[in-house]
Design a protein around this ligand. Structure first.
Ligand code: ATP
Ligand code: MG
Length: 392
């Protein structure tokens, strides 16, 4: 019976001229999300609202699930749309709506009518009273409760009549595309997919870079990163995944630099290469899954040392999160099960037994001078041989 959805979005963020940008981006993200769903959909803006009309054979559950991944949506309301046939018919439609939507008819309720169509014979207060009466006549076990109703029935009298009572929560945030583009350093772990999700939630388009080190890391480890990118792309929209072969750089660092500094120096080269691709994609920032104090390479000093090679801002949305909080989000967005698959990671293979936890930037810079002979060439080769995978 629900052939239409009314989409609610946060009003506060979108005063003034941003409103159009926000709404257009939201419409385009909704269209994109619904491409994966059975059925035909017509998404449109009307009088400051977004509606979706669905073809008869559409899949309700899949549609709701897809919409729950579109940032910017606060509420998803399945709507019954009826023709305006006057007061008597409006009452019939409301009773029919309750009959079809609910199995039980013994709850307390309140009617909220809005009447943008001023030519309708009664105003919204009169409609509330009239419809309340009609509901009580049809369902004697229901009762009015204006303070804490179990069921809130919304009736909007426009050129057509819209009736709904469910507001399914959306993910909130801002539509992807309203806040620029960023480059996510995506590993196969738990944290970085969550970091990408969180930045994207603020309206940011994402691309991603993954450093792999064949033969030390396997094809299956790479596939896991591709799978994670696919899962988060349901929220972020299309992602270009840059797969960088990092082996020669890692081996060279391993050969030339003190082993307790390996992680930091490797990190610095990852950031440099990520920044190169950020430039290519016109990204304004890098994003990582780092969280303060989680491991040796995530102390304040280590973060400062990796940051130091970047000229664009590095966003670390998980910086203040405990592991469990990150895991909770990973489970919510469905990346957790994939993230915990046990494949090796290039950082754990070349890791020192006792890494420095408080690197001194000058010491690190000095160690990097030992790479002078070949590092530029290795970086160029790594960049030049990078594989780009389009995740739709
Ligand atoms: P994650 O769970 O995201 O793998 P982690 O807890 O394992 O993070 P680190 O290994 O210190 O932490 O990595 C910190 C961040 O550096 C990651 O969140 C990710 O953004 C980036 N990173 C680490 N390894 C890689 C890699 N092989 N490719 C791309 N980015 C990486
Ligand atoms: Mg990791």
């Amino acid at each position: 019976m629900f052939q239409t959805f009314l989409i609610k979005y946060g009003e506060i963020a979108i005063k003034g001229k941003n409103r159009h940008l926000f709404e257009d981006a939201l419409v385009s993200q909704i269209c994109h999300a619904l491409k994966r769903v059975e059925g035909e959909f017509h998404v449109y803006k009307e009088q400051g609202r977004i509606y979706i009309d669905c073809s008869p054979e559409y899949d309700y559950d899949e549609t709701v699930e897809a919409l729950q991944k579109v940032f910017g949506i606060v509420g998803i309301c399945p709507v019954m749309k009826c023709e305006d046939g006057g007061v008597q018919k409006l009452g019939d439609d409301v009773v029919e709506f309750l009959r079809q939507t609910y199995d039980r008819h013994d709850q307390s309720f309140k009617v909220f009518t809005r009447r943008p169509k001023k030519s309708f014979p009664i105003d919204s207060m009169e409609a509330n009273a009239e419809l309340g009466g009609r509901i009580l006549d049809a369902f004697p076990d229901m009762r009015v409760d204006v303070h804490e109703p179990e069921l809130q029935l919304y009736v909007e009298i426009r050129d057509e009549i819209f009736i709904y009572s469910k507001i399914i929560p959306g993910p909130g945030g801002m539509p992807v595309g309203t806040n620029g583009r960023a480059m996510l350093l995506l590993s196969g772990g738990i944290d970085s997919p969550v970091a990408g999700y969180m930045i994207s939630k603020r309206g940011v388009c994402l691309d991603a870079v993954y450093f792999h080190a064949p033969p030390y890391t396997s094809e299956r480890a790479k596939q896991k990163v591709i799978d994670l990118a696919k899962i988060i792309s349901a929220y972020t929209g299309p992602i270009r995944l840059f797969v960088v072969n990092f082996t020669d750089i890692q081996l060279y660092i391993y050969d030339k630099c003190p082993h307790d500094e390996l992680t930091i120096i490797m990190r610095r080269y990852m950031m440099r290469i990520a920044e190169h691709f950020a430039g290519e994609t016109k990204a304004h920032a890098l994003v990582t899954g780092e969280s303060l104090g989680q491991v040796a390479s995530q102390t304040m000093q280590s973060l400062a040392a990796t940051n130091e090679v970047c000229t664009v801002p590095v966003f670390r949305p998980l910086i203040g999160f405990d592991k469990q909080e990150i895991v909770d989000i990973a489970q919510k967005i469905d990346t957790f099960e994939t993230s915990i698959l046990p494949f090796e990671d290039c950082c754990t293979i070349f890791v020192a037994k006792h890494p420095v936890t408080k690197p001194n930037i000058n010491v690190i810079k000095h160690s990097e001078t030992k790479l002078a002979e070949k590092i530029d060439e290795l970086m160029q080769t790594a960049i030049g041989t990078t594989e780009v995978i389009r995740i739709e």
